[in-house]
Ligand binder design. Structure first.
Ligand code: ZN
Length: 277
């Protein structure tokens, strides 16, 4: 790789789930060797590990720990499940602190057994409940709206407007939003809503991949940048006009790519990032 392209990677972050077959040590070594500068750690990658030592290992590899993914899943029609979810989010705040990151991505959740409005109210209550712990630990909570196809079980927050409304209502310096192009590319209000969270200084994260057409699996068939129909450069320009200067995070769930040699896949990610992101 030439020097120019390595310099061009200064804002590139990978989500550990993108290279799911790799354990976190192998991922860290390979990301670092490839010139990647940031890592977002999925909680499953920390299973049965000493979290503080894992954070030290990542920093020794020269990686900035951009965020912990993910908290959330607050709603349930059963009160004991809602309490358990809040406890789990408090654990996520502790894990993020031990890991040494200052951000948690929230996939807010939904319960198909109740109306979306009820789920949204419980999401508000759940986030409000953990703000004190998050603030004490210096962790910001990024509400990530999910594509409406996930409104039944994964998130009742489906547009950036809803995420911005929720963040404004919570009115805390510890709460903001995450923009993921996979979930939001179709939204005619995207540009104005990105501008809105920029004005509020609440744009905390930017996730990229592509929407393959046709898509064969609505969870695990995300594309590499440039492989689908998302106007990535245009959305990135809106995000940057809104003042965002953080990492550009590659988050690809793909049964197809997980089956391939991950070193070759990493190389393709870096090439696609340079060419299309
Ligand atoms: Zn995302």
């Amino acid at each position: 790789m030439n020097e120019l392209s390595v310099a061009g990677l200064s804002r590139l972050c990978l989500h550990t789930i993108t290279t799911k077959p790799w354990g976190i040590e192998e991922a860290a070594r390979n990301y670092s060797a490839g010139g990647v500068k940031g890592i977002t750690v999925w909680r499953d990658a920390l299973h049965d590990r000493n979290i503080k030592k894992t954070g030290d290992m990542l920093r020794q590899e020269g990686l900035q720990i951009v965020s912990l993914c993910r908290g959330g899943f607050f709603p349930s029609c059963q009160p004991e499940k809602r309490r358990a979810a809040i406890d789990d989010n408090r654990r996520a705040v502790e894990e993020a602190f031990e890991l040494g990151t200052d951000k948690i991505v929230l996939v807010c959740g939904a319960d198909p057994a109740q109306p979306l409005e009820d789920s949204r109210k419980q999401i508000y209550d759940g986030i409000a409940a953990i703000i004190p712990e998050a603030g004490a630990a210096g962790i910001r909570l990024a509400i990530e709206p999910l594509h409406p196809m996930y409104a039944d079980t994964r998130s009742a927050i489906n547009t950036l407007a809803q995420a911005n409304d929720l963040a404004e209502k919570l009115n805390s310096p510890w709460v903001g939003v995450a923009v993921d192009v996979y979930h939001l590319w179709w939204d005619p209000a995207l540009e104005s809503e990105i501008e809105r969270c920029g004005k509020n200084s609440s744009l905390l994260a930017f996730h990229i991949c592509d929407w393959k057409s046709p898509t064969t699996d609505f969870l695990n068939d995300r594309g590499l940048m440039g492989e689908g129909c998302i106007p990535l450069r245009k959305i990135r320009s809106w995000v940057e006009e809104a003042g965002f200067r953080g990492f550009i995070e590659v988050e690809i769930f793909s049964n197809e790519y997980w089956k391939t040699d991950q070193s070759g896949f990493l190389k393709r990610i870096i090439e696609a990032y340079i060419k299309y992101a």
